[in-house]
Design a protein around this ligand. Structure first.
Ligand SMILES: Nc1nc2c(ncn2[C@@H]2O[C@H](COP(=O)(O)OP(=O)(O)O)[C@@H](O)[C@H]2O)c(=O)[nH]1
Ligand SMILES: [Mg+2]
Length: 205
C-alpha cells in the first residue's frame, strides 16, 4: 500500500475517472500546529482554504504568543485531495484550530473514516481537545508530532505518548508538515491503521 502512494506524481493532477472510493480524513490539532501546511504539502490539487490574514479583531482572541510568526489563520477549514491509487482518493479536511470554531468539528467528523492529530510538543496541552473529541466519536486516529526547528524541548515519542495518555494501539509518529513525503507517510500510517482495525473487526465479527 505504501509503495503505491510513494509512486504518486508530485504535480497537480486531475482526478482519474477510475476513482471509485473516496475516503474522508480530517486533520485536527491546536492553533498553529501545521494543519494548513500539511494539507497544502500533500494535496494533488491546489488546496482550497479559507486562510485569511488575521485582522486586528482577532488580536487578543487568537493566542499568537507561541506562534509569533503566524499572520494568517484558517477561518473555516482547509480542503485537499490525494490519490492513493487509481481507485482510491483521500479527501483531506483541516479543521480550524481556535476554540471559537470548535463547534464546527463535530459536523466535520460526519462521514469521516479517520483523523490525524497534529501535535506541537511546545504546546502539548492544546492537543487534548482534539483527542477528547475523537475518542468521544470513536473515530480512529493517528498522532503526528510536527517538529518545529525552534523546538528545544525534544520530547521523545515515548514521552509524548505518556504526556497525552495515548493507548499503545494509537500510532504515533514524527513528521514535518512542510514536506510532502513526510505528510504522505502520516496519511499512509492512518490508512494502514484503518486497515488493521477493519481486519480486526472482521475477525471478531
Ligand atoms: N519550522 C516549521 N514551521 C512550520 C512547520 N509546520 C508549519 N509551520 C509554520 O507554522 C505556522 C503555522 O502553520 P499552519 O499550517 O498555518 O497551522 P494551522 O493553524 O494548524 O493550520 C506557519 O507559519 C507554517 O509555515 C514545521 O514543521 N516546521
Ligand atoms: Mg490552518
Amino acid at each position: 500500500m505504501g509503495s503505491a502512494i510513494s509512486e504518486l506524481p508530485s504535480r497537480p493532477t486531475p482526478l482519474a475517472d477510475t476513482a471509485e472510493t473516496g475516503l474522508k480524513i480530517v486533520i485536527v490539532g491546536g492553533f498553529g500546529v501545521g494543519k494548513t501546511t500539511l494539507v497544502r504539502s500533500v494535496s494533488d490539487i491546489r488546496p482550497l482554504n479559507t486562510e485569511e490574514v488575521m485582522t486586528e479583531a482577532g488580536l487578543g482572541v487568537d493566542e499568537t504568543n507561541a506562534v509569533a510568526t503566524k499572520t494568517t489563520t484558517t477561518v473555516a477549514f482547509d480542503f485537499g485531495r490525494i490519490s492513493l491509487n487509481e481507485r482510491m482518493v483521500l479527501y483531506l479536511f483541516g479543521a480550524p484550530g481556535q476554540e471559537r470554531f470548535w463547534f464546527l468539528w463535530d459536523r466535520l467528523f460526519s462521514g469521516t473514516l479517520g483523523a490525524v492529530v497534529l501535535v506541537d510538543t511546545r504546546r502539548m496541552d492544546e492537543s487534548w481537545y482534539a483527542i477528547d473529541r475523537l475518542e468521544h466519536h470513536k473515530m480512529p486516529f493517528v498522532v503526528a508530532v510536527n517538529r518545529f526547528d525552534d523546538d528545544r524541548s525534544r520530547y521523545s515519542l515515548e514521552e509524548v505518548r505518556q504526556a497525552l495518555a495515548l493507548p499503545g494501539h494509537v500510532p504515533l509518529i514524527d513528521c514535518d508538515a512542510r514536506a510532502r513525503s513526510s505528510g504522505k507517510d502520516v496519511l499512509i500510517t492512518l490508512v494502514d491503521h484503518l486497515h488493521e482495525l477493519a481486519k480486526t473487526r472482521e475477525m471478531t465479527a
